[in-house]
Every structure is written in C-alpha cells, then in structure tokens.
Design a binder for this molecule. Structure first.
Ligand SMILES: N[C@@H](CCC(=O)N[C@@H](CS)C(=O)NCC(=O)O)C(=O)O
Length: 208
C-alpha cells in the first residue's frame, strides 16, 4: 500500500489525500506531529525528506516529496483514464503544470498566512495577504471567463484535473489566514463544483 507521511492539518498533505480518494487508492497514513511536536525536524524524518517538509509518499520504495510532484505521479501511475493529468495532451498538460506552479504560489501566500495565524509560524503577514488576493483575483477571472466559454474547471471544460486538486485546499482554508473569498464569486462556484466530485472528502477547517 502507498504510504503517506502525513499531518492532518496540512493543506499540502490534504492535496494528496484528496486525489488518492478520487482515485480510490488506499493510503497507509504515517502521522507526523508537525505542530507542536516538530517531528518533521527530527533526524529520523530528515532522513526521509532532507527538506523537513510534508507530505512525503513512499510507493514500494519510490519516495517523493513536494505535493504537486506526488499528484503528478499518482495520476500518471494510477489513473488509466488519464483524465486527471492528461499526459498525452501537451496543451492541457502545459496548462496543468502552470496551475500546479500557481498552487505553489497560493501555498506560499494564503497558506503561509494561515500557518502564521493558526500555528504562529513567522511570516510577513501583510505581504502574504496582498499576494494571496492578487492570486485569487487572477484565478477568479480565469474561472469567470471559463464559465462564459463552458469551461467548468481550471484546465478542462468537462472534468477536473490535478490542477483543481492542487489549488483547492489553500483556497478553501484562506479564511483561517484572514483572507476573505467574498470578492471572488467564480472561485466560490468552482469550490462548490470540487466538493461535488464523487469521493470528495473533507479535512478539518473545510466544511461541506
Ligand atoms: N513545498 C512543499 C511544502 C509543503 C509544506 O509546507 N508542508 C508543511 C506541512 S504543515 C510543512 O512541512 N511545514 C513544516 C516546515 O516548513 O517547517 C510541498 O508543496 O509539498
């Protein structure tokens, strides 16, 4: 079974749990106490990921860290339909990669603001919130124009991809970092669509 070094409250770990759920993949979850335990800085964990970050996946000896890399691997390896990462369609694959990078920026702004407020992680909180709003505006426009064109998802008209999975958690949790989604109606409609994907499940802080 695929092992996931996991922290329940981590938005990055939730990305992996969410996709594994959509794909029907069972996970052996190895809990790491990030806060307050700081187990991710222990010598044992640094031997698994020298960056000292979660999530880390171990699939029969293939070890990967960085949530977006794990999403790409799981979709490429375990989704026979190829719909989640469209590896055979360079145009969509390029767009997915672009939005995976966007998800990384969301984590570094909205996600960081949440960690600052909830777990006392030092951050330039005003810069995080300003950057998060700039990103949410870009995303809202992209989704709004997509809706006019019949596109329901970030990268595809008809079905979600790993880009939607990668962006969803930090968008949903941003209010824990005092970043309101009120001004982004297309994002709110998109989050409702994500929640209706079959086998969707929640994490603490995300509500039905
Ligand atoms: N770039 C990593 C970052 C993930 C991340 O921020 N993980 C958090 C989980 S709470 C973490 O490990 N934080 C501990 C730290 O940075 O000290 C990814 O996207 O997977």
């Amino acid at each position: 079974m695929i092992a996931l070094y996991d922290y329940e409250l981590s938005s990055a770990c939730y990305k992996v749990r969410l996709l594994a759920g959509f794909l029907g993949l069972p996970l052996r979850r190895l809990a790491v106490d990030v806060y307050p335990g700081r187990q991710h800085r222990s010598p044992e964990f640094l031997a698994v990921n020298p960056l000292g970050e979660l999530p880390v996946m171990d699939d029969q000896g293939l070890v990967l860290y960085e949530a977006e890399a794990i999403l790409l691997y799981l979709a490429g390896r375990y989704d026979p339909s190829d719909l989640w990462c469209e590896s055979a369609n360079p145009g969509v694959l390029g767009a997915i990669t672009q939005w995976l990078a966007f998800a990384h920026r969301l984590a570094a702004s909205a996600g960081k603001a949440r960690l600052h407020d909830a777990m006392f992680i030092p951050a330039d909180i005003n810069a995080c919130r300003t950057e998060a709003h700039a990103l949410l505006r870009v995303m809202d426009e992209h989704l709004w124009f997509g809706e006019q064109d019949g596109r329901q998802w970030l990268c595809s008209h008809s079905h979600p991809t790993i880009a939607d999975v990668a962006c969803f958690p930090d968008v949903m949790l941003c209010e824990e970092g005092a970043i309101s989604r009120l001004a982004y109606p297309a994002i709110r409609r998109w989050t409702d669509r994500v929640k209706r994907i079959p086998k969707f499940h929640l994490m603490p802080g995300i509500f039905p």
